[in-house]
Design a binder for this molecule. Structure first.
Ligand SMILES: Nc1ncnc2c1ncn2[C@@H]1O[C@H](COP(=O)(O)OP(=O)(O)O[C@H]2O[C@H](CO)[C@@H](O)[C@H](O)[C@H]2O)[C@@H](O)[C@H]1O
Length: 442
């Protein structure tokens, strides 16, 4: 089975967050099942690849051509599509994002010829559910980003008929909603944890699309993300001062020391690693700081993203110079040191489709204190490998932290290291969904 995975980011070529980890790892996990998956990404200037051809497509009524690049990484074939709009530094965050990614998706439809199936990831690739020449499986990684665009430019750019502009198709409160198109038109829809698959069918988590999701529930599947165990392995991680494993955790103490030196903090150290986004519950962390400090905790926050959140974190560091460190950087090495060297990882998300950081931390022997939502609920064993708290309130988080240390953070961390976060089972589930979408039975 030949699958074209279309996504905006994939590790190790382009990474902003967890989507990249998933798109980078899933092709490797599918290979033993006889699925040959190629990953198609926009060709950002910073990605080096070999030019292997050209793709012709129509956009806004004009014939255009884009160079096609190829690169192999870890046995996975990556194709890079050089449509205009990607010769910039950042991956997202430009006013013309919708236009750039629509052009990418239109051209991607041409690349899909010759594959059995397209697996499209998130709103940036959702258009393929309508335009790909082969069946499409669509994965929702985060319902918070839906890709909204005015109908006039949308139908002009894509050449699709206006007859699609109605409530059961693309229309969403007067605009075109690309995520909705993905859900309605894909043969099968998946999301990244069983709990999130349930939650998004409710008004609380459905972000306006819960009704659509309920109508299409028959083709909606929740498949838990895995971890690339080769990439995230404390026994082989080049970013750590010394390797360690469950049988010999001496290297973990060295990672702790290195983390303290690097940040100027001490233990007990609580860490947050991830994008700065309203989704992630950083407001709870900020409000809890005075209490955490009183209780003798140190806090490291590492991440980039929303300027308002960054500002508040800068201020918190200024007010608590000895207790709070805010590292505003995308830094793989420091992130690994935090997963290994912190006493606990905080994941107080408002909602969380799956979440990888809590899995990585457990694999590195650091217990998470996480909110009981979405994939966090599915991957943290409350009271055994970490702590889950319910209430979206600073007190909920504080209570979780205190409970973790009462239970014994170290012991829970060790138990977390035993958990199986491999992709094997989930890859099988994707394989079943692919076969279903293709009508291959079974
Ligand atoms: N400043 C920084 N420095 C270094 N590394 C950093 C970093 N900021 C983030 N990362 C890395 O980015 C990844 C974050 O992945 P998550 O899945 O936890 O969240 P994200 O919200 O990005 O993903 C979305 O998509 C994924 C994939 O489906 C879902 O799991 C998740 O719930 C959904 O919100 C981790 O590998 C983390 O180490």
């Amino acid at each position: 089975m030949k699958v074209l995975m279309v996504a905006p980011e994939a590790y190790p070529l382009v990474k902003v967050g967890g989507l990249a980890d998933v798109v980078g790892a899933l092709p490797k996990a599918l290979r033993p099942l006889g699925v040959e998956a190629t990953v198609l990404l926009p060709w950002h200037l910073f990605v080096k690849a070999q030019r292997v051809g050209e793709v012709a497509y129509a956009f806004a009524g004009q014939e255009e051509r884009a160079p096609l690049g190829e690169r192999w990484e870890g046995g996975v074939r990556f194709l890079l599509l050089g449509v205009p709009g990607f010769e910039r530094d950042r991956v997202y965050g430009y006013p013309d994002d919708v236009e750039r990614y629509l052009r990418f998706a239109v051209a991607a439809g041409r690349v899909a010829l010759g594959f059995d199936l397209v697996h499209a990831h998130d709103w940036t690739a959702a258009l393929l559910a309508l335009t790909a020449p082969v069946p499409v499986v669509y994965t929702i990684h985060n319902l918070a980003h839906q890709g909204l665009v005015d109908p006039a430019p949308f139908f002009h750019w894509t050449g699709l008929p206006w007859s699609l502009f109605h409530m059961e198709a693309l229309e969403f409160y007067g605009q075109v909603n690309l995520m909705k198109g993905g859900i309605v038109f894909a043969r099968a829809v998946t999301t990244v944890s069983p709990s999130y698959a349930e939650e998004i069918q409710t008004p609380e988590f459905g972000m306006g699309l819960d009704g659509v999701l309920r109508r299409h529930a028959g083709k909606l599947f929740g498949i838990l993300n895995g971890l690339d165990l080769e990439v995230f392995d404390p026994a082989k991680d080049p970013h750590l001062p010394a390797p360690y494993s469950r049988g010999d955790v001496r290297g973990k103490a060295l990672a702790q020391k290195a983390l303290w030196e690097r940040t100027g903090l001490k233990g007990p150290l609580l860490a947050y690693v991830g994008r700065l986004d309203g989704q992630k519950g950083l407001d709870l962390i900020l409000k809890a700081i005075p209490h955490l400090r009183e209780l003798g905790f140190y806090l490291l926050v590492q991440g980039v993203g929303d300027e308002g959140i960054a500002q508040a974190l800068r201020q918190a560091e200024e007010e608590n110079p000895r207790f709070v460190r805010f590292v505003e950087a995308y830094d793989e090495a420091l992130a690994r040191l935090a997963y290994a060297g912190a006493d606990a990882l905080l994941v107080p998300s408002r909602f969380e489709p799956c979440g990888l950081v809590q899995m990585i931390a457990q694999r590195y022997g650091t217990p998470p204190v996480a909110r009981a939502v979405g994939g966090l609920k599915d991957t943290v064993e409350d009271g055994s490998t970490g702590v889950l708290f319910q209430s979206y309130h600073p007190e909920g988080l504080l209570y979780g932290v205190l409970r973790l240390f009462r239970l014994g953070a170290e012991g829970l961390g060790l138990r977390g290291m035993e958990k199986d976060f491999s992709w094997a089972k989930s890859a099988e589930a994707y394989h079943r969904v692919y076969r279903l979408a293709l009508g291959w039975g079974g």
